[in-house]
Write a protein that binds this ligand. Sequence first.
Ligand code: 5GP
Length: 352
Amino acid sequence: RQWCHELPKVELHAHLNGSIRDSTLLELVKNHGDNGVLISKDVEQMILEKGTSLRKCFELFAVYHVLATDHETVKRITKEAVEDFAADNCIYLELRTTPKKNEAKGMTKRSYMDAVIDGLKAVDTVDVDLCGCELTNKKNGDWRRKKIFVRLLLSINRSEATSAAIETVNLAMEMKEMGVVGIDLSGDPTVGQWDTVLPALEHARKLGLPVTLHCGEVRNSKEIQAMLDFNPQRLGHVCLLAEEDWERLKSLMIPVEICLTSNIMTQTIPLIEYHHFADLYKSKHPLSLCTDDTGLFSTTLSNEYYKAAVTFGLGKEEMFKLAQEAVDFVFANEDVKKHLAQNYEEAKARIL
Ligand code: 5GP
């Protein structure tokens, strides 16, 4: 477990609101009070039962969005999420979030994202590299201070209209110089139609923005096939694929973001021993271990590596290689990849 903590790690699938600390969430509930929309006692109960089914997750996300969608809170949860990942020895974090409008709070999708950037600037336990420049000054010139590369993905929620999804893609383009490196498609997989979001995803592709899709969280062959036809840069989850779609995924070699704890807790996969990680790993399919929602599923990236090691019998060299290979799938540029590769070379001598 300690070794998995020391291992430098790359996180490619982490949702901002899913990464809220329990302590922060409970504080937000307390400050919010009972106002007819949210009843503290009900929310506390929901938090106790968090992550135990896909349906419960999305009920809770609706609550998170009431509690956390104002500029100050967005800034705070961003700062805390980055500090938590850095404390877990994550050296590259691709943090994804759905830009939200909240007219009552004077929030636009752009001002929501500006609050995220403010949160990155507020990080003070670690140096943050965003889009090639360091946001935090080395305290007293301390060169030993840890550094984390942070890049952002803008999420399209599946329930959004085409025009709102296109607005998110245009915002990503506008913020390319501010660390935004791609687009994610997420949200309740039982809601929304592929055809509604496809024009926005095609727009992203035309603009040269890499795309990752949540795929196969529910059995929906038609949609899974359409996603494979789209051939995105990465796919998340890929749990419930029919045999022929599974073979197609493997032949397309689309890198997969694997979220072990998330898939088990939401009961998308019945038992970790049956997880498709084993098949993909054996087939040398490109993949990367990820947390999905550290807060919602009470996990860390180290914990995901530890679970993979003990469940699938991987040794230190195999774990190291798994972590190192994730560098190939980051959406950041070649310079960042070179830095990360160098980090792994240095770590090799230290921990292997
Ligand atoms: P946010 O984008 O608000 O920062 O992070 C929370 C949102 O991410 C949720 O409302 C949901 O749209 C998306 N999300 C988080 N975890 C999952 C997941 O496991 N599956 C899917 N499909 N979407 C998720």
